[in-house]
Design a binder for this molecule. Structure first.
Ligand code: GRF
Length: 198
């Protein structure tokens, strides 16, 4: 069974959805860069090992990422899952986990990278918005797209109502994508797209 390590920074609702999905893998650890991340309590209550490594204890992004990689690797992960981990990752970190690092981003990539994606969608006037699970590459919110889910943008939506509609989809999409990974169904093609094996 594959080992999965999940990184969070806060609420951890995607992590919770992954745990509740009873996927055919071992959630070896949930790691946060913030000691007060609400998701840590949920993980501990479910018998999952938790750890905190604060970026504030390190002098540079590279030093933090090196320590974080050592901590992650102590759980021997086949897959590292970013679930609301609010850190920009250094190229060395990304390279170390190439092909085994997934992220969920709350937009239909390649639209609306970065922060405040729901407001970006409202401001752009798009009629469909959503979320994307993708392999992580050195470029922010970029990388081979594994799966996407779309929701309508409704008249009168604000950032919060739209975020809530997207989040419901995130909680379905991420477990599905992780399931495909741990079942060896994902293949990154040379052109940077992802094929899902039957
Ligand atoms: C989600 O919207 C996710 O797409 C984004 O950060 C948020 C994390 O929420 N990357 P949670 O911590 O999983 O509840």
């Amino acid at each position: 069974m594959k080992n999965v390590v999940i990184l969070i920074s806060g609420r951890g609702s995607n992590m919770q959805a992954l745990v509740k999905a009873n996927l055919p893998c071992k959630i070896a650890a949930v790691i946060s860069n913030k000691a007060d991340a609400a998701g840590l309590a949920f993980a501990a209550e479910h018998g999952i090992q938790t750890a905190v490594l604060s970026h504030k204890d390190f002098g540079s992004r590279e030093a933090f990422d090196t320590a974080m990689a050592s901590l992650i690797d102590s759980y021997q992960p086949d897959l590292v899952v970013l679930a609301g981990f609010m850190r920009i990752l250094s190229p060395a970190f990304v390279q170390h986990y190439e092909g085994r690092l997934l992220n969920i981003h709350p937009s239909l990539l390649p639209s609306f990278k970065g922060l405040h994606t729901h407001q970006q969608a409202i401001d752009a006037g798009v009629k469909l918005h959503g979320c994307s699970v993708h392999f992580v590459t050195a470029e922010l919110d970029h990388g081979p797209i594994v799966a996407q889910a779309a929701v309508p943008v409704l008249d009168g939506d604000d950032e919060d109502t739209l975020a809530a509609r997207v989040l419901t989809q995130e909680h379905q999409l991420y477990p599905q994508a992780v399931r495909w990974f741990v079942e060896d169904k994902l293949q990154i093609l040379e052109n940077g797209t992802v094929r899902i094996r039957a």
